[in-house]
Every structure is written in structure tokens, then in C-alpha cells.
Design a protein around this ligand. Structure first.
Ligand code: SF4
Length: 389
């Protein structure tokens, strides 16, 4: 990037001016990672100070049986396949109850598009989970799943959302977004929910008062311009609804061999590697700089490892997810040694160790608890530092 363009972009960021699509592509083209981090950190500090939000949540996947076969997905199984499972409602409740310790505040539930489970199963399972765990917020289902419910029930999304909300749904999840540009999407996504339906369903959820997350799966066959396009679409929708609470860049997991049955399910594996940490930090930074209207950017540490998660806090990220005991979707795809368990204390130490102030939040990004600021560098020097995986 030439010095003139660099100065121009810098001036725009410090003046709080909105960046254009061309600016986004130019930022990705820059190889000055420290400079990008500086700009993104300025923006994150303007928006969120030195706070890092986190919530104490658990992930639950009711079924891994799926009618679709997305090219990158190692989670899905076909009916009858070894390891295919579907939880009965009482099983789901029992499993959720086992996770209740540590003042859990959120259950995150996403699932395969099961070919024969009836629509009635889904509101019923939410009702019973809510009855068993009244203080836990239910963040459930991707827009893709909601569109699937339309298909299996014959009901419009509006009625589906009303019924799910009546049963205890607090928020949709942000998945199913992947990369919206059809040039890429047609090669990786195998279900019928694309930008038109994804945005329709989140718009509806926002109209009904929900705050929802938005995700982007990066680091596979897309180019950087597709990432910028993805963010531009979401930014426009956010101008209209204001309903996105957070943007979550999800790092595509290169699937070596499934640890359970030795199979490789990822059909784009031969054409892909995986985003290097520097590329992930760049993606966090450019996302933070482009999204002047979405309050938070999240790092889902399970996909990055803890060291990159800490570094990401200096590249625009102000939200860490989560305190996960078990996360099947990524761990079915990886053999990278990311830990499967993190508890509240681990997260607090991780955030303090990176020099930030932890703030516990709920599903709607309301503050549940403020914690002390990070100890000063002078104090920290007198103690041995943590070494993170
Ligand atoms: S990504 Fe979701 S919809 Fe696609 S195959 Fe996997 S579980 Fe099914």
C-alpha cells in the first residue's frame, strides 16, 4: 500500500468516517499488521474502552443428523450412519441440567436439519429446557434452521419465531451465514438458505425485538473481497434494523481426519489450508474498522487457540466466547489441541493476562458483573506470567 493511501485511510479512521468497500479491500491488501492493529485498536477503544465481554455459556447440539451436505462440514451425519444421534427431549434436558453449575447464563443450541423430526419437537424442547433452567437464556437455531422449520411445518417464519419466543427463545444464533457471495457460496453450502432468506429471518427477529449475532466463515476458498462484500451486506442491514449485537468471524477448520471414525468429510479439504493467525488478526481488524454500526466483535477462542484469542483483543475484538465445556462442531473437525474446557476463572485470567478488564454479560449484552481492572504492568512483573496453550 502506498504511503498516500495509508495516510488517507488513517485520517478517515481517526475522523470516525465510514470506510468504503474499496477501503476494506485496501486494508486487507496491506501487509502492515501492526498498523492495522493500531487502527482497529483505536476503533475498539473508542467503542468499548479496555473492556472485554464474555459470558458463561454451554453448547448443546440436539442432533447431528442433517439433510444437507455442506462441503466444509464435519459435524453432519446421515440417518443410520455410525455416530448419528438425536436427543430425546428428556435427554436434552438432562444434559443441560448437568451443565448448570457455575451460574450458567446461556445455552447455545444449533443442530443439523433433521429429515424426519417434526417441527413440534423444537418449541417443546425449548419449553422443557426453560422450565428446567429458568435463569438460563436460550440462544438457539441458525436462520438456516428457521428456514428449515418453515419447510417442515408449512408455517411462515414470523409464526415460527413467535412460537419459539413464546417457548423461551431469547436470540437466534448467527450461523448459516458462511460467505454470502454466490460465487463462493454455491461451492460450499448445500442447503436452501442464502442471503435473501438469511437476511429476511434476521430482519424479522430484529423487528420482534431480538438482538442477534452475525457470523462469517473465512479462510477457505473465498477471496478477501468476498469477506468485504459479506461485511458490507451486513452493515447495510444493520443500518436498517440496528439488531446485530456482535459480528463473529469464524475461522474455517481444515479437517484432517475425523478422530471418531477416521473419515474425511470435508469435501474442500484438498483445495484449502486454513487461515494463519496473522490472517485471522487481519480479519478481526478489518471487520472492526468496517463495522462502525455493530457494537461488538467476537473471537470464538475454540477456533483460534488461546494465544491468538489474547492477541485478537489488540486487533478490534472486545468479546470472547465462551466458557465451553463441550463444543462438538469444531472439535469434530479439528486436531489442533485447543482445550475443550474453559471456566469462568480461566477466562478472567486470560483477559487480565492480556491487560484488559473483564465484564461478564448476558445474551443481550447487558452487564451481569464488572470485574477489577487488570493489574498494572509493574505489579505483573513481580509475578510469573501465565503460559497459555
Ligand atoms: S453446516 Fe449445518 S446445514 Fe450444512 S451440513 Fe453441516 S449441519 Fe447441515
Amino acid at each position: 500500500m502506498d504511503a498516500g493511501l495509508k495516510r488517507e485511510l488513517e485520517a478517515k479512521v481517526y475522523a470516525g468516517e465510514r470506510l468504503t468497500r474499496e477501503d476494506g479491500v485496501a486494508l486487507y491488501d496491506s501487509d502492515d499488521l501492526a498498523w492495522l492493529g493500531k487502527l482497529a485498536h483505536h476503533q475498539r477503544t473508542e467503542m468499548n474502552g479496555d473492556r472485554v465481554m464474555f459470558n458463561v455459556n454451554r453448547h448443546l447440539n440436539l442432533t447431528n443428523v442433517c439433510s444437507a451436505s455442506c462441503a466444509y462440514c464435519s459435524f453432519q451425519r446421515k440417518p443410520g450412519e455410525k455416530d448419528a444421534y438425536t436427543m430425546r427431549i428428556d435427554e436434552a434436558v438432562r444434559k443441560a441440567k448437568e451443565m448448570e453449575d457455575e451460574q450458567l447464563t446461556e445455552l447455545h443450541i444449533v443442530n443439523g436439519l433433521h429429515p424426519t423430526l417434526p417441527w413440534r419437537y423444537y418449541p417443546k424442547v425449548l419449553r422443557e429446557l426453560k422450565a428446567a433452567l429458568p435463569n438460563v437464556k436460550l440462544k438457539c437455531f441458525t436462520a438456516t434452521e428457521v428456514q428449515w422449520f418453515e419447510k417442515i411445518s408449512g408455517l411462515p417464519a414470523s409464526e415460527i419465531l413467535d412460537e419459539l419466543m413464546d417457548a423461551g427463545l431469547e436470540s437466534l444464533t448467527g450461523g448459516g451465514a458462511e460467505i454470502f457471495d454466490w460465487e463462493v457460496r454455491q461451492h460450499i453450502v448445500d442447503h436452501a438458505c442464502h442471503w435473501e432468506d438469511w437476511s429476511r429471518i434476521h430482519r424479522l427477529a430484529h423487528e420482534k425485538g431480538m438482538k442477534t449475532p452475525a457470523t462469517m466463515l473465512y479462510g477457505h476458498i473465498e477471496e478477501r473481497r468476498h469477506r468485504v462484500d459479506h461485511v458490507m451486506r451486513l452493515r447495510e442491514l444493520q443500518d436498517e434494523t440496528g439488531g446485530f449485537a456482535v459480528f463473529i468471524p469464524l475461522r474455517y477448520q481444515h479437517d484432517f481426519v475425523d478422530s471418531k471414525d477416521g473419515k474425511v468429510r470435508n469435501r474442500i479439504q484438498e483445495r484449502t489450508t486454513m487461515a494463519a493467525p496473522a490472517e485471522s488478526l487481519k480479519t478481526f481488524a478489518v471487520s472492526r474498522l468496517m463495522f462502525d454500526n455493530v457494537p461488538h466483535v467476537k473471537c470464538f477462542w475454540v477456533m483460534h487457540g488461546l494465544s491468538v484469542a489474547q492477541l485478537s483483543l489488540n486487533f478490534g475484538v472486545d468479546d470472547l466466547d465462551g466458557s465451553v465445556v463441550e463444543y462438538k462442531i469444531t472439535h469434530d473437525a479439528d486436531s489442533y489441541g485447543t482445550p475443550t474446557t474453559m471456566h469462568r476463572d480461566d477466562l478472567l485470567n486470560l483477559i487480565w493476562d492480556a491487560g484488559f478488564q473483564p465484564v461478564e454479560r448476558n445474551t443481550r449484552y447487558e452487564v451481569v458483573r464488572e470485574y477489577d481492572k487488570a493489574p498494572s504492568l509493574a505489579d505483573r512483573r513481580s509475578e510469573p506470567q501465565q503460559v497459555w496453550a
